[in-house]
Design a binder for this molecule. Sequence first.
Ligand code: AMP
Length: 173
Amino acid sequence: MDKNKISAAIRNVPDFPKPGIQFKDITTLLLDADAFSQSIDFFCEEFEGSEIDVIVGIESRGFIFGSPLALRLGCPFAIARKPGKLPAETVAVEYELEYGTDKIEIHKDAIGPGDRALIIDDLIATGGTAKAVGQLVEKCGGEIASYAFLINLADLNGVDQLAPKPVFSVIDV
Ligand code: AMP
């Protein structure tokens, strides 16, 4: 397992989607089967043997890393989606963006009372999205076991938003 290989497989796209943003493009990692597989190995190594009842993937790149991890750990996999995408009864949380607000939803029956959830996404920037998904888990009666990200944009201190819950990241940039 080689973190340098994973870092090298992530493409940095400057000024996307707007000037000043360094977009971390994981599509290049997905094209490298060994780097992709190793990224899942890092998550597995961290969470194998942990008390986790459900993995919650955040739309959309959290699905890519969360579903293979759920299969490897033998855990149910739930999805947190943008509004209006989930067909059955949902629970929603609204959260602040730089300009305006956004909303995220989960199926009400995806998380049972007391379920320990591992929340996963490709990247944490400000932490606002992950925090909202944590609130979704708690609204459903679950508990946050941990958050996990492939990439942590450490300068933005998003991890502070999620304290005191544990946060794992494969790569800090
Ligand atoms: P935040 O709520 O600020 O932590 O933003 C996290 C969400 O936005 C994740 O779903 C990321 O996929 C996406 N995101 C934010 N900043 C970037 C970035 N620089 N590169 C790639 N994705 C990003």
